[in-house]
Design a protein around this ligand. Sequence first.
Ligand SMILES: C[S@@+](CC[C@H](N)C(=O)[O-])C[C@H]1O[C@@H](n2cnc3c(N)ncnc32)[C@H](O)[C@@H]1O
Length: 254
Amino acid sequence: MTTSDHVARNRAAWDAMAPDYVAAAERNWARDEPTWGIWGVPETQLHLLPDDVAGLDTVELGCGTAYVSAWLARRGARPVGIDNSPAQLATARRMQAEHGLEFPLHLGDAEATPFADASFDLAISEYGAAIWCDPDRWIPEAARILRPGGRLIFLGNSTLLMLAAPDEEGEPATDRLLRPQRGMHRFEWPDDPGVEFHMGHGDWIRVLRTSGFEVEDLIEVYPPDGATTRYPFVTLPWAQAWPCEEVWKARRLG
Ligand SMILES: C[S@@+](CC[C@H](N)C(=O)[O-])C[C@H]1O[C@@H](n2cnc3c(N)ncnc32)[C@H](O)[C@@H]1O
């Protein structure tokens, strides 16, 4: 397979995983206050979103079940979602019908979207394009479809977690560095059909800047006491000692 086989592989992987994401979709669509990431850190603590999104044209890159776009719609934004998995979008469409909240959902690749240049004020991804798309492709594409001054915000696994995560599925992150950071980019786990992308911070800054972004913030996410997650790949003590997730915020230069 070529290096761009990941889009087809990830579609198959996500169509198969979609049933496991229905319960989270139902929970998140029913919630007005955003909570983020695997620990559900509240927006009031994380401040991931801009203070005011009313009237903004937003695009969610790898929207999955599109609850992030639902939260944006309820705050007055005009969201559009794009996702590569028909099964994930089927859940999103069912949620739209149940909640009477319609916005456009596109089946497609966030690395090569159908949107015109300078269409959006905000591009966002929570574990969508953020980890499932090649940064060398999706970051320039996000820059293309954002207006000058537009914001890119994305949340995914931290660089540190990716260095400390064992290959074995279900095993939590260790306190050892298990692989080199140098050259880190494409990840294929032995027990997982999907392809992920994770990089070091220097490489993230470089791809953002060469794509026309100014980096505004890097928020390292720490879950509050008592937080829980259904994911086995990190424990609460680990995540309270080191960030297991991070949020990048960047602004499209004019
Ligand atoms: C964990 S979900 C993230 C979305 C949402 N926050 C959720 O949890 O439902 C990851 C999503 O990324 C999507 N995805 C993977 N590769 C993609 C690509 N190349 N273009 C668009 N979406 C993609 C998958 O289909 C999946 O729905």
